[in-house]
Design a binder for this molecule. Structure first.
Ligand code: LMR
Length: 336
């Protein structure tokens, strides 16, 4: 009996090797984890990727999406990716400083005028090179997905930098963002995304910075009386994978997934502004938070207060890279 089984197995293996039968008919499982709600730009992007990948590769690929830090929170997800416990992530660009210092460029306050400039830089040669900058660490960047510009929130009104003095602000795990709040003489506190609501509610922090869609979906407007429309920085993502996993996929499957991801990225980036505007409207309608618009003079004061941060990170990021990013504020730059 044992002999027969062994013989059958050997025969199957030989046939399989010859490409005559598929050894394993089960689909390749791709676990895609993220920390935000499903109705945000990233949440929608992950679901669209699942839908299109499964439609184009029926029976061959199954994408499991885990939103809201339900599989891994932002403190653990990169480690999990390197261990192969999750296959795709889309962390905020503020969360890569331990893997590639140059990616800190996206945290520099008041660097990009708007998301169109971010897009021009990312699609240009320097932005594309950053996608590959972590391969020696086993991480491959596949695409950039936009969320939007960051706004400040607080339990007191913030019109000018001096209003932030002494307040505690939640920041993502980023040295640049830490320094940005120190430049205001405020106290930054690193905290994972899943802890933000509670941190604000209990007063562990007095304020934070994020996009309208992240505020609305985390119900930050329930626990913050004021939001300042500052557009002082951005939340943007790199869709990443485990290099070994991705390169180990059968070529036809990887090629199709790359094509799907390119289409999904266009769609995510097209919809991001609209989703943020919808969220801003929801916050306005909730009536719990006052949204403070800034005059050009007030905004210039925030810019002057935060800009010295650039100099501190110039060596780590590279002066040339910062210059290229500034150039992307001009329409007509390569990659636009
Ligand atoms: C944050 O931690 O504020 C953001 O990175 C969350 C996200 O992924 O949009």
């Amino acid at each position: 009996m044992l002999k027969l089984t062994a013989k059958a197995l050997a025969c199957a293996a030989a046939l399989s090797f010859a490409g005559l039968i598929q050894a394993d008919e089960s689909p390749i499982i791709i676990k895609f984890a993220h920390v935000v709600a499903e109705h945000t730009p990233k949440g929608q992007g992950a679901l669209l990727f699942k839908k299109m990948a499964e439609e184009r590769l029926p029976g061959k690929v199954r994408v499991e999406v885990y939103p809201n830090s339900s599989l891994f929170g932002d403190g653990k997800e990169m480690e999990a990716l390197m261990l192969g416990d999750v296959h795709m992530l889309a962390p905020s660009l503020a969360k890569f400083e331990h893997y590639a210092k140059a990616i800190q460029i996206f945290d520099l306050p008041f660097l990009f005028d708007d998301m169109a400039a971010v897009d021009r830089f990312q699609q240009g040669p320097q932005g594309q090179a950053l996608l590959k900058s972590m391969e020696s660490k086993g991480i491959t960047g596949l695409a950039y997905w936009h969320n939007g510009m960051k706004q400040l929130s607080s339990n007191k009104p913030l019109y000018e930098p001096k209003d932030a003095r002494g307040l505690k602000f939640r920041v993502q795990s980023s040295a640049v963002l830490d320094e940005q709040f120190k430049a205001l003489r405020a106290a930054p506190r690193k905290m994972s995304f899943a802890e933000v609501y509670q941190g604000l509610q209990t007063g562990v922090v007095n304020g934070t910075e994020n996009t309208w869609s992240n505020y609305e979906s985390q119900k930050v407007h329930e626990v913050q009386k004021y939001m300042t429309a500052s557009d002082h920085g951005l939340i943007d993502y790199m869709v990443i994978t485990n290099t070994k996993f991705w390169n180990g996929l059968p070529t036809d499957i990887r090629t199709e997934l790359d094509a799907v991801l390119a289409e999904v990225s266009v769609e995510v980036n097209r919809q991001a502004a609209e989703l943020n505007e919808r969220s801003r409207q929801t916050i306005v309608e909730a009536g719990t938070t006052e949204i403070i618009p800034l005059t050009p003079e007030q905004r210039a004061k925030w810019r002057d207060a935060m800009r010295p941060v650039w100099k501190k990170f110039e060596d780590e990021i590279g002066a040339d890279l910062i210059e290229a990013a500034e150039q992307a504020n001009q329409v007509g730059v390569p990659g636009a």
